[in-house]
Design a protein around this ligand. Structure first.
Ligand code: XBP
Length: 240
């Protein structure tokens, strides 16, 4: 039986409930650009099936405003890049201002796992600056010292939701599988959705509660009170 040696953490929805702040930042960017686009929670929950803020805006543009070929003469790609820069700046300011906290139990588990010598990683499709502002605020400027590897929007060749990353064939090389290859071990993943090949702990939130979590090792309300010892025991069990 393989021994638990590493933990992979997803970010949005797992480390913190960030999507309301992301949603507000997208709408701020649309208004700043003078667009009459406004995403509500219902629409955004559906758009979350598209990983990556740029990809999400492109999907919305192509499916809701296909007749719009450009904005202010800027091409589609340039406009999406500009909108995403506005959005990321708004999101960073909001998190810097305390709009987002780590979910219950997350920091305690990370610190305990680090102290007990487990390798820790982050696998996400969000932008690096979003990870940095969240964890700098929550842990301090040395936050990166806790994580051996960070796979994010800047390193993932294709942004697939973490659940699809792990369901995809080995050659996909998306974030979590890249970690498995790099570490030559089979880590456990605390993520938004289960994925084949990794033992996963799911902590749903309002944006993901409707998802199919079959295949997960456990579905928990959050990580409060979850210990490394419990994860060692769970790791020895089969997926549901
Ligand atoms: C991350 C995402 C991101 C955020 C928005 O999910 O889906 O797209 O919603 O961030 P996960 P960006 O952490 O589960 O991979 O605008 O920087 O993409």
């Amino acid at each position: 039986m393989s021994k638990l040696e590493a933990l992979i953490f997803d970010v949005d929805g797992t480390l913190a409930d960030t999507e309301s702040a992301h949603l507000a930042a997208f709408n701020h960017a649309f208004a700043e650009q003078g667009l009459d686009w406004h995403w509500d929670v219902t629409l955004y929950t559906g758009l979350l099936k598209i990983s990556g803020g740029k990809e999400r805006m492109l999907y919305y543009w192509n499916h809701v405003h296909p007749d719009m070929k450009d904005i202010d003469g800027s091409g589609l790609r340039d406009t999406i890049d500009h909108l995403h820069a506005l959005k990321t700046a708004a999101y960073e300011a909001a998190v810097q201002g305390g709009a987002v906290q780590l979910r219950p139990g997350v920091l305690a588990l990370i610190e305990q796992a680090h102290q007990q010598g487990l390798r820790l990683a982050i696998a996400t499709t969000t932008s690096p600056v979003n990870i940095a502002v969240l964890l700098r605020n929550a842990i301090g400027s040395e936050w990166k010292d806790l994580f051996g590897v960070i796979e994010d929007a800047s390193t993932a060749p294709k942004k697939n939701p973490i659940h699809r990353c792990m369901c995809k064939p080995w050659h996909a090389w998306d974030c979590p599988l890249a970690l498995v290859w790099r570490w030559k071990t089979l880590p456990m993943a605390c993520v938004r959705r289960p994925g084949a090949g990794l033992k996963t702990i799911i902590t749903p939130n309002n944006f993901t509660a409707h998802h199919d979590f079959s295949g997960a090792l456990r579905v928990l309300p959050n990580l409060e009170g979850v210990t490394v010892e419990q994860l060692h025991t769970l790791h020895g069990q089969q997926q549901n």
